[in-house]
Design a protein around this ligand. Structure first.
Ligand code: HEC
Length: 109
């Protein structure tokens, strides 16, 4: 019985957390997951082709600051002068971009 109660509470806590992040995870799935993977691992066809890093890795997370991540999402990423990630500044609001950075941080293991 006790176990059932705590399970119930855990469900409420988790589902409210998901409710906050639902939009952001939808944005991630629609715009980013094709390269970065649903789980941020970058283990997708495009991700492998473009050498996308594994954002679950704490060492990778340490490479960029939140501000740098925001700028990359806004202005895009170039690798050797070639655009490998297009800018999303025109498509996504600053609020969405900030939320995406937090979302990316949550991949860290
Ligand atoms: C066409 C493939 C592609 C898509 C789609 C894409 N990215 Fe990227 N992204 C890349 C590549 C390539 C890099 C550079 C390699 C790396 O850091 O993993 C990168 C790098 C990044 C970085 C790290 C920047 C830095 O300073 O090191 C962030 C943060 C990022 N992407 C977020 C996003 C978000 C958020 C979206 C969706 C709104 C997105 N990406 C969509 C390919 C993509």
């Amino acid at each position: 019985m006790r176990r059932k109660v705590s399970l119930f509470i855990a469900t409420i806590v988790c589902s409210s957390g998901i409710a906050i992040a639902a939009d952001t995870s939808a944005i991630w799935k629609a715009n980013c997951a094709s390269c970065h993977g649903k789980d941020g691992s970058g283990a997708t066809m495009m991700g492998k082709k473009l050498n996308v890093k594994d954002y679950r890795d704490p060492r990778v997370q340490a490479i960029f600051s939140d501000a740098e991540a925001e700028r990359a999402i806004k202005e895009g990423v170039k690798t050797n002068g070639k655009e490998t990630m297009k800018p999303f500044g025109g498509k996504l609001s600053d609020t969405d971009i900030k939320a995406l950075v937090a979302y990316i941080r949550s991949f860290k293991k």
